[in-house]
Design a protein around this ligand. Sequence first.
Ligand code: SF4
Length: 341
Amino acid sequence: MSTRPDQSATAEGVSIAGAPPPLAAKEVSVVYRTRGDFGRRTARHALNRTSIEVNYGELVALVGESGSGKSTLSKVLLDLASPSAGEVAYHGKALNTLTRTEMRAYRNEVQVVFQDPAASLNPRQRIWKCLASVLELRGVRSQLELNEEITKLLTGVGLNPAESFARRFPHELSGGQQQRVAIARALAMKPRIVIADEPLSALDVSVQAQVLDLMIDHQKRTNAGYLLVTHDLNVVRAVADRVVVMYLGSVVEMGDAEQIFERPQHPYTRALLSSRLSIDASKRRIRDRPILTGDVPSTTAIPSGCAYHPRCPIAVERCSIDAPEPRVTGDGSSVACHLAE
Ligand code: SF4
């Protein structure tokens, strides 16, 4: 059952009614302009007026097919990509208006775990140095303290004996061990928000559950907010408090995880979930659910009206003309569909 907090929180992680969420994207659009064939300029609409918030104590899952804008949204929230319109706010303040001290607090508080641990670790740095350089940013300076903290971090992510792992280079570790180091590095800053962008997809199936457990354990222990970007709906079902469904750069449905899985309202969400459930179709009541057909259109040629209309089995004439605005339905979910209840 969802445990989504109904309040936002202060920087100390204590809920205060009415406070702005610690991290939010507000109506964010990202357009990349490139030169196509014959030098023709094309615009790629990676995000289209997307809003999302992450609160302390909740695990939000961001789902959608490839090209839906999940990773771009993560980058915008991490200040690794700039919005063409809209803003990202940290405790209610737009990132580009933060003072130097506030920006430092944002960079400390919001940490990331990337998909490919090998690419995110410096191959020439021993694990000790990799973690020490992060701890030094937090003001940990003495050799003794650094050794203690690094031992604690490595032990905490299950890399024992810590001293042995601290001496190694990334290439001397397996993929699962590298991802544990990447998580340890993120946790070294004592983050209150963690953005995990497909953190399991580069790992062997045998270690995925262990790495996921590690993050869930941290989230529960510290009451941190997590944004988990993933295409694995079984993982989402198991761990998420709230689910945000994206299609072609827009949020099409967002709500409590249990409601989304039990009563999905947007046709795209229903089709996406049916692709997950079809593996045990004989046992489930899903035969009446639509199947996801066709390919995702290019972000350089987003269909008019509702972007999903060329694939939608229940589209009506209006769908190709008017873009549906997200609206809150009876169960509290937000759905962008003309025909949603
Ligand atoms: Fe389908 Fe129309 Fe709803 Fe879009 S607005 S999801 S095309 S019914």
